[in-house]
Design a protein around this ligand. Structure first.
Ligand code: 4NP
Length: 145
């Protein structure tokens, strides 16, 4: 799960998808295309929103997306078009490129709908992001389980 800062959207996405998959079979992680917040906890609004839905994401620490993630993971989900473009810029092979998807295309295939960045908004933006990601992750988890 990849966003820009790895403190707002992708930590929620990591927490949500992790909760829907068997941990003995799947490894879920998140990262940011920018390194502004490396080592930090998720934004407190993401932590609070997750907690309202029974998820603890406070164990997470921000890290930057690296090219080795193409080897480590089978699916790479971008939150928005900018994340998608920045991830693809690091891809070296066709196999790498095929791993990258827009997360909300799980709900509306080929629509390339973006998860809005809630960083500069209020708490409602985080709940909105949560609801979108929950729907997308439910669909993806059913597909791969
Ligand atoms: P995220 O949100 O990409 O969902 O983690 C952001 C977090 C931090 C910044 C931008 C977006 N920032 O500019 O520091």
């Amino acid at each position: 799960m990849v966003c820009l800062g790895n403190i707002c959207r992708s930590p929620l996405a990591e927490g949500i998808l992790t909760s829907k998959l068997d941990p003995t079979k799947f490894l879920v992680d998140s990262a940011g295309t920018a390194g502004y917040h490396v080592g930090e906890l998720p934004d407190r609004r993401s932590i609070t929103t997750a907690k309202l839905h029974g998820l603890d994401i406070s164990y997470q620490r921000s890290r930057k997306f690296v090219s080795n993630d193409f080897q480590a993971f089978d699916f790479i989900f971008a939150m928005d078009q900018s994340n998608y473009d920045n991830i693809l810029a690091l891809a070296e092979t066709a196999e790498d490129r095929e791993k990258v998807h827009m997360i909300l295309n799980q709900i509306s295939p080929n629509s390339n709908t973006e998860v809005p960045d809630p960083y500069y908004g209020g708490d409602q933006g985080f709940e909105n992001v949560y609801q979108m990601l929950d729907e997308a992750c439910t669909i993806f988890a059913q597909k791969i389980s």
